[in-house]
Structure formats: structure tokens, C-alpha cells
Design a protein around this ligand. Structure first.
Ligand code: UDP
Ligand code: MG
Length: 151
């Protein structure tokens, strides 16, 4: 199924550090398709909902504060196994453990400043896309290069 979708966000540090272009480039170059994108600063309640699964973690308050500290570039990417492969492109959560060549491995050091978010399952992708985007913000189109990417 090449129409799987994932929610990818460039966090406030990634936006401030001028990493929107480099991060988008990696997903584009891989062959994934951008179906939605916007710069947003949705506020505390929204970020607490986005990270609800982590509410009991000691780093939760700091995480929400970090995510509220500036604009976020919110995106939806589509393609075959894009949820799992998107996480591979991002790299391990702790950038000191992320492999070189991954986004976090190349662009970040601290876990609390790891520049990007990616859904961890198809199920959470669906929830996150619904939280961050209205249905009409998701574009449906056939990329011209499609048959050069998929056999
Ligand atoms: N985080 C943190 N300290 C930790 C673990 C996670 O500040 O010890 C932050 C980090 O920014 C991470 C986010 O919380 O990206 C969400 O954590 P999760 O375990 O879901 O990692 P991810 O799915 O982003 O790789
Ligand atoms: Mg996560």
C-alpha cells in the first residue's frame, strides 16, 4: 500500500535553526509525497493532547514548554511504509544515539532538542493527522514521478 500516511513535525528548534528545507529534502529525495504542510503554534492544550501518552513522564512539562516555544512546521507525508521508514529517516529519539545520516543523527545533540517528530505507528499517525489537520487540508494528487519511484 503506497497510500500510508504519517505525521511529521519540525519542532520549534528545527524551525529556528533553519532546518525546514534540509528535513523536507530528505523525505522528498526518498520518494515520499507531501500531502499537507503548515506553520503553526497551536498552544499548550493541543501539545498536551498530542503527547498525552507521555503525561506521566518526568520530562512531560519541559517537553510541552519546548513544543510551545515557537512555530512548528506540521506535515503529512504519504508513501509505502512511510510511518516506519519516516522514523528511520528521523533517527533514534536521543540524537547522541541516532546514526549519522539520519536527521537527528546529523542535526541534533540533546533529546529535549531533537528537531523533529514522527508518528510511531499507523494508528497513532491517524490520530495525529486528525489532531493537526482538517480533512480539506490534506491534498490528494498523483506525483508525476510516481512510476519512477514504485515498480
Ligand atoms: N523526550 C525528552 N526526554 C526523554 C525522552 C523524550 O525530552 O527522556 C522528548 C523528545 O523530544 C522526544 C519526545 O519527548 O522526541 C517524545 O518522546 P518519544 O519517546 O515519543 O520519542 P519520539 O517518538 O519523538 O522518538
Ligand atoms: Mg513518540
Amino acid at each position: 500500500m503506497s497510500n500510508e500516511r504519517t505525521f511529521i513535525a519540525i519542532k520549534p528548534d528545527g524551525v529556528q535553526r533553519g532546518l525546514i528545507g534540509p528535513i523536507i529534502s530528505r523525505f522528498e529525495a526518498k520518494g515520499f509525497q507531501l500531502v499537507a504542510m503548515k506553520l503553526v503554534q497551536p498552544g499548550k492544550a493541543h501539545l498536551e493532547k498530542h503527547y498525552a501518552d507521555l503525561a506521566t513522564k518526568p520530562f512531560f512539562a519541559g517537553l510541552v514548554q519546548y513544543m510551545c516555544s515557537g512555530p512548528i512546521c506540521a506535515m503529512v507525508w504519504e508513501g509505502k511504509e512511510v510511518v516506519k521508514t519516516g522514523r528511520v529517516l528521523l533517527g533514534a529519539t536521543n540524537p547522541l544515539a541516532s546514526a549519522p545520516g539520519t536527521i537527528r543523527g546529523d542535526f541534533a545533540i540533546d533529546v529535549g532538542r531533537n528537531v523533529c517528530h514522527g508518528s510511531d505507528s499507523v494508528e497513532s499517525a491517524k490520530k495525529e493527522i486528525a489532531l493537526w489537520f482538517k480533512p480539506e487540508e490534506l491534498m490528494s494528487y498523483t506525483p508525476a514521478a510516481r512510476s519512477w519511484i514504485y515498480e
